[in-house]
Write a protein that binds this ligand. Sequence first.
Ligand code: AMP
Length: 223
Amino acid sequence: MRKYVIMGIQGSGKGTQAKMLAADLDLVHISVGDIFRWNVQNHTKMGAQVRRTMAAGELVGDDLAESVVRDRLTQHDWNFGFIIDGFPRDPRQAEFFLESYDIDGVIELDLPDSEVRRRVLNRRLCGDCGMDYNLIANSPKVPGRCDMCGGELITREDDTEEALAVRLRDYHDQTGPVLEIFRRKEYVYTVDARPAPEVIQQQIRERLGLPPSQPENRGSEVA
Ligand code: AMP
């Protein structure tokens, strides 16, 4: 059983890296942002509650974020473990998490703010299947269309200059102290998020003491 947290500023590739590791190790990938986005897209009550906050790049309230994580983890479908992405985002969430679950490691993807801006403002998402694209490094074969399902590519509502400024500020102010809490417990493995995704993945595995990944085990859905 392996339990990991992956942290990193927006656009650092945490979703991509979490999916690669999850596919290879049979972990359940839990993305709190994806859960909120699903709720917004499907017009649920929770979606209505969080939509504006998310679009502004602000953090959703701790109570709601914690209950989403608690509910997801109580499904107990993670026989081989989980990798959680986008949580904890502030010291209160970190305390909640540490009280409730023991973890094997925290992966920190390190990326300078200038590179974050470049990546985030070029990010696109398939409106149908959720696949991630980047117009610089990973553009779709047909412009504006998803390679996997042909769906229309859209810009995330929070991938704007204004929302990004809020998210960068929050990351440094609130998520920075979370890393300090984890660092005190010697959980944090920091990895440079600038190289190609496969290179980053191998570095993560090395740091976690895992054998190199077998490319054929990786899901083809990985961006
Ligand atoms: P992400 O996909 O991780 O960038 O998350 C997208 C948005 O979802 C964030 O900007 C927040 O509005 C919300 N969100 C995701 N995770 C959390 C969390 N742990 N606490 C509060 N808000 C969150």
